[in-house]
Design a protein around this ligand. Sequence first.
Ligand SMILES: [Zn+2]
Length: 395
Amino acid sequence: MKTTLPSQSIDLSPEEIARYSRHLILPQVGLDGQKKLASARILLVGMGGLGSPASLYLTAAGVGTLGLAEMDRVEVHNLQRQIVHDTATVGKSKIESARARLQSLNPHVKLDEHSEGVTFDNALEVFSKYDLILDGSDNFPTRYLVNDAAFFAGKPLIYGSIFQFEGQVSLFDTKAGGSCYRCLFPHMPEEGAVPNCEEAGVFGALCGVVGSLQAMEAIKFLLGIGESLKNRLLVIESLAMQFRTLRLKKEKACPLCGENPSILKFEKENYEFSCRIDPSGPPQKEEMRFPVEVGVEEARRWLDSEKPPYLLDIRESYEAAVCQIKGSAFVPMGEIPNSLDALPKDRPILVYCHHGQRSLRITQFLRFKGFDTATSMAGGIQAWAEKLEPDMARY
Ligand SMILES: [Zn+2]
């Protein structure tokens, strides 16, 4: 069974008829279909790598209302893939930047702004205003939050994600009997267990492919044409240049949409990485459960305590030249194996890098070498700068 929106009695102006003429002459779209698009409301979660191409194509296609949910500002390193923004908008909010570009592309599209992004507090209310949600988020807490909010709000969700050279796309339409993200990946990984795009790198043009496929799925869904990705996962391997479609099914054991769900309502703690807080400085060596990772707030408490840890910057010299936390020792990652004798064995070692991924690997290496109290600073100097030292230079 296909879900289609009811035909609407919106009239298109002569300018719009001309603008959409290449759609109008497709029998599967036609005037009726174009009017459906003109009355549709789509929410884009994230105006980054996926939201950029998706928003451009949905705007060009004449979708009636696009909701833009994003809280970040444009940074220069976004421009490698986030093509709705440009050099002149670096420093502006991504919503403001995207609005200018999208409005100039197609002034007939109404843009609704959600400048707090999608959060636990607003998700259900925001979702209720839209026909379809398109997920362009780049982190696990938001992805799980979006999935669950779409389930509880009964809204179809176009999922897309990127990891390095691989992309995935699907349609999660639980109300129509389809699977959800948790049918694939039941629980959120531990913080730091899986690198995000910033840490792992992302192949820019692949964002164009995945975001455009999401837009295409959204348009097909609104028109009720073709075969959707409901209960299918499209996997794109860009290096091998292979597109594979895997069958998905609604999992009986899914904690959200399965037969005996453990997630019975929308609850905040399901979307937060746990954060260990200890006001008394770092645990000392004799303590058994010395954490492998700490957040930046706790790291600072440790550094400010009476027995501060040895603070170790393992980035490259060109990175350390941009910014460094005061009091750091500096040993680039590649030199660590030959520098073990220089590291203290009688005090905890707090390791950091740019985003917390390299430091986690070095922490694991150090522990293997007998430094039992090596700890990685989760989120790296980027999180430190964002949360604790906003004036610090970033890169
Ligand atoms: Zn499910």
